[in-house]
Design a protein. Structure first.
Length: 181
């Protein structure tokens, strides 16, 4: 995947440790970081999260981007691909937007860009696994072209599995770590 992506209003770059303080503003917000085990209580947890993303990039070529406002440079959120529940060959997408900037179409804008990048890199298709009550996230996925596939679950409850269309050209088997042609 390319290291830098752009959308109309944002610029996406892989996370670095320098992003930790700003990212912790988002991950420490109980109204926003509702996924996983909930809000992070210490910057060290956020730093560890960035470390895991760097590690994932080195192992699988899958990138998780810091999403910044291209006009102001403010960290708006994060969006990327990870092996997650469905594996590195057909990874999951994830996204999160700073509370003050939700409801302005940012998640939809960046999810589309990440999905396009996945297609360009030869990923056959992408999954999203979302709690049924997370209507905003399900709507973001639907607007990006995902459709409901099946209902699953884990120890925290039910999960809706949604899947993107199968991308044309993916049979060539290019790896996510390779640069798009
Ligand atoms: C989910 C999330 C990323 C959406 O970000 P966002 O930038 O506000 O999303 P958008 O502005 O692109 O809105 C997308 C759609 O969701 C709808 N939406 C937003 N909040 C909603 C809500 N609480 N209930 C129902 N729909 C909602 C919007 O109306 C929009 O649909 P529309 O264009 O048809 O009107 C954001 O709410 C968030 O960060 N949540 C916490 C983290 C999270 O749950 N991530 C996903 C994990 S699976």
């Amino acid at each position: 995947m390319r290291l830098v992506l752009g959308t109309t209003r944002t610029i996406l770059r892989p996370f670095e440790f320098a992003d930790c303080t700003e990212l912790h503003e988002i991950f420490g917000d109980p109204a926003t970081h509702t996924i996983g085990d909930g809000p992070f209580t210490s910057p060290e947890q956020t730093r560890h999260w960035i470390h895991r993303r760097i590690d994932s990039r080195e192992r699988s070529g899958l990138l998780w981007y810091a999403v910044r406002d291209s006009a102001t440079g403010l960290l708006l959120g994060d969006c990327g691909l990870f092996a997650g529940r469905t594996g590195a060959d057909e990874p999951e997408i994830g996204y999160e937007i700073r509370r003050s900037h939700q409801g302005r179409g940012f998640a939809s804008e960046v999810a589309r860009a990440v999905l396009q990048e996945a297609a360009a890199c030869g990923v056959p298709r992408v999954w999203a696994t979302i709690r049924p009550k997370n209507t905003a996230s399900i709507r973001v996925a639907a607007k990006a072209g995902f459709t409901r596939h099946h209902l699953g679950g884990d120890d925290r409850g039910q999960l809706v599995y949604l899947v993107s269309p199968r991308f044309a050209g993916s049979a060539r088997g290019r790896r996510a770590g390779a640069a798009p042609e």
